[in-house]
Design a protein around this ligand. Sequence first.
Ligand code: IPE
Ligand code: IPE
Ligand code: MG
Length: 225
Amino acid sequence: MHLGLIMDGNGRWAKKRGLPRAAGHIEGMKACKRVILGARNLCVYFVSFYVFSTENWKRPAQEVSYLMSLLAKKLPGETDWYKENNVRIRVRGNVDGLPEEARNAVKNTVEATSGCNGITAVLCVNYGGQDEISRAVNRFIEKNPGKKITVADIEANLDCPDIPAPDMIARSAGELRLSNFMLWDSAYAELLSIDKLWPDWDQEEVQTCLDALAGRTRKFGGLAQ
Ligand code: IPE
Ligand code: IPE
Ligand code: MG
C-alpha cells in the first residue's frame, strides 16, 4: 500500500492564527511525523510527501530560503527519531538542483535510515512530475542512444523505480489539483481531497484515506472482479 500526500494549506493555517507563513511550515513538519507514525500503525508501507515542487521556486526568496533551511537544519536533527521509529527515508526529485546544505542533509538522512524497514517515507523535494519524466527519458537516451523508448523504459528510469505506484493520492486543504505531483504513476491512483489543512493532519486522516480507498472499485481498465 502506497499513499501519496500533497501537503497543502500550511500558509492558510498560519494566516488563520495571525502567524507568519513559516509557523505553518513548522507545524506542517510536525504533522508529517504524526502521519508517518499513523501510517505505520495502520500498516501503510510507503508514504510519499510532496515537500517542495519544481514550481515552488516561484515563491518569494525569503520563503524559499526558509523552506530550504528547514531541510538543511531540521532534517539532520530528526534522523535519530526516524531511526528510533524504524522509518526509512527515500528521496524523489531533482536533488542535484537543491542548495548544497539541503542536498547533503537529504542524502545523509537517506543513507542513515537505509537499514530501517518499518515504513518508507519518500520525500519529494524539488520534485515535478514533468521534470521526473524528462529526466527519466534523458537517462534512458544516455544509456541507449538511438533506441525508441517504451512505457517500461520510462518506468524503469523514474527516480524510485522499485517503489510501486501510489494506490491513493490525497491532498489536504480541500484543493482538487495534482500540481505536477506523480504525473506518471498517478495513472491509476485513486484520488481524494480532504478539507483539513495539512498542519492539522494526524493518524485520523490516514484512516480517512484508507476508508475511502476500501470503498473504491479498482478496475485498471478491466472489469470489476
Ligand atoms: C504547503 O502549504 C507547503 C508547500 C507547498 C511547501 P502552502 O505553503 O502551499 O500553504 P497555502 O496553500 O499557502 O495555504
Ligand atoms: C503543491 O502545493 C506543492 C507541494 C505541496 C509541495 P502548492 O501550494 O505549491 O500548489 P498550488 O500552487 O496551489 O497548485
Ligand atoms: Mg498551497
